[in-house]
Design a protein around this ligand. Sequence first.
Ligand SMILES: Nc1ncnc2c1ncn2[C@@H]1O[C@H](COP(=O)(O)OP(=O)(O)O)[C@@H](O)[C@H]1O
Ligand SMILES: [Mg+2]
Length: 285
Amino acid sequence: MTTLIRGAFGPQPMTSSFAPAPPGGPGLVIAVISPKGGTGKTTLATTLAARFSAAHPDPRVPAVALADLNLSFGDVALALDLAVTTDISALSEGSAGTAVDRVLLRHPRGVHVLAAPTDPAIAEGVSPAACAIAVRQLAHTHTTVVLDTAPGLPELTLLAMELADLVVLPVSTDPAALKSTRAALECLAELGLTGDRLRVVVNRVGPGRGPRARDVASALGVPISADLPYSAELSLAAERRRILGWDWPEHPYSQAVGRLAADLAGVDVPARNPGVRGWLRKAAS
Ligand SMILES: Nc1ncnc2c1ncn2[C@@H]1O[C@H](COP(=O)(O)OP(=O)(O)O)[C@@H](O)[C@H]1O
Ligand SMILES: [Mg+2]
């Protein structure tokens, strides 16, 4: 089924600038994408990683990996309060044999982070091929791999979507975000990314009431998989380098992301490792 799902996205690499990477491993790869900045991608990616790792019942089970593919301006390490002592630029294109494991930052609560370079000039030198190899290695060594991405649909985000089993697209409810998302969904449909592999979620980044999820669904022409509530506590938590998904699991935002995590884990993506899927289903809080 992996092949079917990946195949549905198109048999060819989306650009010719990178060679197809070897097949991924048994880990579930989830890409968080959005045409706009500020729609909550990084917050959602880190909270998903937190909810997956919180469901970790057995220290022998490989941890959750979170890769920051917003190479120039990524802030995943900052969000998790990790010092960037090494990053993805340490993996070069010719180093397929270099274990990605050696450049991961390890969060004490079980998430392994592949950080973006802190210098955008260095980020420019990181090739998509090196990123593809890294993600596929992570899928071999981790149960879940969450990919955060840069705003828009740059080449690396297209690659992330190609590598992912599932793609999550948070949309804020302001008219500009809805308009951009609608246009992006048309592009994604042309590229073959629809239906089973795509989850559009409403993320209420502002305090107003905003449109109902069902109105967003009809404006976008796609089902809405989750409705993430406005949470003033998120910015407070970020200031204190806290992660709501870990430090306040009962919070409505953590709960909503937990349900989304359970949905993502429960999807009959590839029949690759049923034991792993069973563990992932416990991600619901
Ligand atoms: N559901 C939410 N409620 C309130 N604020 C949110 C919510 N989701 C995200 N935010 C805030 O929105 C801002 C942008 O979020 P971020 O995850 O950095 O977006 P992106 O990665 O898409 O640019 C951050 O200050 C974050 O705390
Ligand atoms: Mg971000």
